[in-house]
Design a protein around this ligand. Structure first.
Ligand code: DAH
Length: 343
C-alpha cells in the first residue's frame, strides 16, 4: 500500500471518529462508539493498523508515527465527549431516567445513644421549669465530693473501697494541705461548685457521669449518670421540692404521676427523703432529695438564716430503663448496635 493512501485513511478515521463521538448523547451511545473505533479486537483503528504491514519498508517509520498520533487524537476526542456527557450535557437524559416514585435505598446512619437522648430530654423538661444546666469536672477533690457536702472523714462513703481515688496532690492554701483526687462518686459536687461561684437565687441541674467501684450486674455499673437538682432562694420549702419532682416525673413519664416521700438520711440534706413515684400500678424509687443542710450552705459562704433550698439526685439510667422497659443496665455500654438502634 502506498504511504499516502495509508495516511489518508488515518485522517478520514479521525474525522469520522470525531463526528461520531461528538454526536453521542448518552454514556451507552458513547461506549458503543468507543468500541466501534477503539475496540481492541474489531475496532476501526485496529483494522487500519493491520494495513500498515503492507506499507513500504522505508515508509514504515512515518506511517507508525502518524498512526500513533491518530490514535491519540481519537482517544482525546473520546475523552472530550465523555467529559461533556458526565459533566451535565447528559443531564436531560438522566432526568428522564430518574423516577422519584421508586422506593429509595435506606442509609444506615448512626443514632444518638439512649442515655444522651435521655439527658437531652431531662435538660429540656427542667429547662421549662426554669432550671439551667451546670457542669462540673469528673475528676474531683475531696472538698467538693465530701467535705463541703458535710460528709465527715469517717463516713463509709469515703472508704477507698467505695471510690476511685486517683492521687494525692499538695494544696496551695494552708488549711487543707493535702487534696485527694478521685473520680466523682456523685453529681452533688456540682452543687458546691455552683454555690461557691454564684449568689442566690439558684436554680440549676447538672447531668453527668459518676463512678463507683461496683461489680457490674443488671442494676449496677461502675460508671453511670446522675441528674442533680439544686434550688436556693429566700423561701424554698419541701412543698416546692415535691412539686418540682412531681412535674418532672409527669413530664418524663407522660402520665399524671403521684410522688411520695419516705424519711431518709443524707449528710448534705436535712430533712432528707427518698422520693418514690407511682407508675403503672407500683411505687418506684426515684432517688434521694431533701432540704440543703445548713452546714452545706455555710461551707459555701451562704447564711442559712437568709436562704433555704432543696436538692435532689436521681439516676439517669434508671429513669431511662423504666421508661423503655430495659431490664439490664449493662445493655447501655455493650455497644451492641442491635440494642442501640432501637432508640
Ligand atoms: N448524691 C446522692 C447519691 O449519690 C443522691 C442525692 C441525694 C443527691 C439527696 C441530692 C440529695 O442532691 O439531696 O446517692
Amino acid at each position: 500500500m502506498a504511504l499516502q493512501e495509508f495516511l489518508d485513511q488515518l485522517e478520514q478515521l479521525v474525522s469520522e471518529a470525531e463526528s461520531t463521538f461528538s454526536a453521542t448523547e448518552s454514556t451507552d451511545a458513547l461506549e458503543e462508539a468507543r468500541v466501534e473505533f477503539l475496540g481492541a479486537k474489531n475496532g476501526k483503528l485496529k483494522s487500519v493498523q493491520k494495513l500498515m504491514g503492507s506499507v513500504d519498508k522505508e515508509d514504515k517509520p512515518l506511517a507508525g508515527k502518524t498512526f500513533n498520533e491518530t490514535k491519540g487524537r481519537i482517544e482525546s476526542a473520546f475523552e472530550t465527549a465523555n467529559e461533556r456527557i458526565q459533566g451535565g450535557a447528559g443531564d436531560a437524559e438522566r432526568d428522564t431516567q430518574f423516577d422519584p416514585s421508586l422506593p429509595g435505598a435506606s442509609f444506615k446512619i448512626g443514632r444518638i445513644h439512649p442515655i444522651t437522648q435521655t439527658i437531652e430530654e431531662l435538660k429540656d423538661i427542667m429547662g421549662r421549669l426554669g432550671f439551667s444546666t451546670a457542669d462540673g469536672p469528673e475528676i474531683e477533690d475531696d472538698w467538693h465530693n465530701f467535705v463541703a457536702l458535710n460528709i465527715p472523714d469517717d463516713h463509709p462513703a469515703r472508704d477507698p473501697l467505695e471510690n476511685f481515688y486517683l492521687a494525692t496532690a499538695e494544696a496551695s492554701s494552708g488549711e487543707k494541705n493535702q487534696v485527694n483526687l478521685l473520680l466523682r462518686s456523685q453529681t452533688s459536687t456540682v452543687q458546691i461548685r455552683v454555690m461557691e461561684k454564684t449568689k442566690p437565687p439558684i436554680r440549676i441541674i447538672s447531668l453527668g457521669r459518676v463512678y463507683r467501684p461496683d461489680t457490674a450486674d443488671a442494676t449496677h455499673y461502675p460508671m453511670f449518670h446522675q441528674i442533680e437538682g439544686l434550688m436556693i432562694d429566700t423561701n424554698v420549702t419541701m412543698a416546692d421540692l415535691k412539686s418540682v419532682l412531681r412535674l418532672f416525673a409527669t413530664s418524663y413519664l407522660g402520665d399524671d404521676v403521684t410522688i411520695r416521700f419516705r424519711p431518709s438520711f443524707f449528710p448534705f440534706t436535712e430533712p432528707s427523703v427518698e422520693a418514690d413515684y407511682y407508675w403503672n400500678g407500683q411505687w418506684i424509687e426515684f432517688g434521694g432529695a431533701g432540704m440543703v443542710d445548713p452546714n452545706v450552705l455555710q461551707a459555701v459562704g451562704y447564711d442559712p438564716e437568709e436562704v433555704t433550698g432543696f436538692a435532689f439526685g436521681l439516676g439517669v439510667e434508671r429513669l431511662c430503663m423504666r421508661r423503655h422497659g430495659i431490664t439490664d443496665i449493662r445493655e447501655f455500654y455493650k455497644n451492641d448496635v442491635r440494642f442501640l438502634a432501637q432508640f
